[in-house]
Design a protein around this ligand. Sequence first.
Ligand SMILES: Nc1nc2c(ncn2[C@@H]2O[C@H](COP(=O)(O)OP(=O)(O)OP(=O)(O)O)[C@@H](O)[C@H]2O)c(=O)[nH]1
Ligand SMILES: [Mg+2]
Length: 366
Amino acid sequence: MFVDQAKVFVQAGAGGDGCASFRRERFVPKGGPDGGDGGPGGSVIFRAVTGEQSLVNLRFQQHWRAERGFHGKGKGQHGHRGQDCIVEVPLGTMVWDEETDELLVDLTEVGQEFIVAQGGAGGRGNCRYVSSVNRAPTKCTPGKPGEERWVRAVMKTIADVGLVGYPNAGKSTLITAISDAHPKTAPYPFTTLHPNVGVVEFEDFFRFTVADIPGLIDGAHDNVGLGHAFLRHIERCHALAYVLDMGGVDGRDPLEDLKHLRAELEMYQEGLSERPCILVANKMDLDGAPENLERLRAEEPYPVIPISAEIEENTAEVVRILRELVTELREREAERKQREKEANAPATLPPVLDMEPPTMEPPTEE
Ligand SMILES: Nc1nc2c(ncn2[C@@H]2O[C@H](COP(=O)(O)OP(=O)(O)OP(=O)(O)O)[C@@H](O)[C@H]2O)c(=O)[nH]1
Ligand SMILES: [Mg+2]
C-alpha cells in the first residue's frame, strides 16, 4: 500500500513531578530536604530514513505518544527522562501544523530529525527551594504537560532524476534495466500507480537515484487520470528524463507526446518543464522508430538517446549521460551553497595588527 499523505496526532510526554521529601536517618537529626526533580517528558521526533518509501505506517497508526518523565524521589533521586517517540518517515517528507497550516519542516536529508512535539519539563524537588530563610521547604512543582497537536505529513519524492512519460512508454522497464528497483511492467497503461525510487550504483561508489513516476496523461494537472496525486513527486527531481514511445503505436506521435508532457508539467507548476533534461527514445526496435528519431533529433536541442529498454539495448548510454548530468548538477548546487554561505558569513574583522613584526637585531660586538 502506498500512502503519501497522512494526518496524525502527536503528543509528547509530560514532565515528571518534583518530590517533597526530607532525609530521615538514624543519627542524622533534621537531615534536610532531599526531594529530587522530575525527569523531562519524551518528545515526538520525525526522522527521515531511506528505508521507508511511503507514509503507510502513519496511516495505520494515527496517534503517536512519547513516554512521560518519571517523578523525582526522596534521597535526592531525580526521575529519569521519558523515552522519545521516533517516527521514521521517508526522505522528502514535509510536515505541516494542521491547525495553523504552518510548514514545520521539510526533511530533505537522510537522518534529519525534527521535534514535532516537545516533551514537558520536569518539576522541581523541594531541595531546590532551600533558601537562607527557609531551610526546610515543602514546596515542589509538578511537571509541565508535553506539547500535542495534529500534524499533516506529505511526502514528495526526492530523486536525482525523474522518469516522465505517457503510460506504457517503458519507464518501469527502463528503471528495472538501470537500477536496483523492480516495479511491475505490463503491456497496459497505468501499471505503475505510485512512484518507485531506484538507486544506480557504479564501481567507484558513485550513486544517484532515479524515480519511476506513474504515466502522465493530458489533463493530469487538472487531476485527470492519476492527476495531482503523483505530479508532486516530479517537483523535487533535480533532472528529468522524458521517456518516449518511438513506435508511435495507436497513431501516436512521440514529438506530440513530448509537447503535451511538457505542457502538463508547466500547467502544474511553472518552470517545471524547464528542468535539465534528457530525452530517452524508447522502443527503437519497433517499425517507424528510426524515422521518428530523425525528426526528434532535428527538433530538439537536448540529448536524445535511442534505446530499447526491453532488450536493454543502449541503456548503458542512458546511465552514462545521466551520470554526467547529475555530476554537473551536484557541482552547481555545491557552488550555489558555497556562494550562499559566503554571502551569509559575518563580515571579517579588520586585522588587529597591521604592522610589521619587530625584527630582532643581532647584538653588535663592541
Ligand atoms: N517493443 C518494445 N516494448 C517495450 C520496450 N520497453 C518496454 N516495452 C513494453 O512496453 C510495455 C509497457 O512497459 P512499462 O515499463 O510497464 O511502461 P510504463 O511507462 O512503466 O507504463 P505505466 O506504468 O503504465 O506508466 C511493456 O509491455 C513492455 O514490455 C522496448 O524497448 N521495446
Ligand atoms: Mg510503469
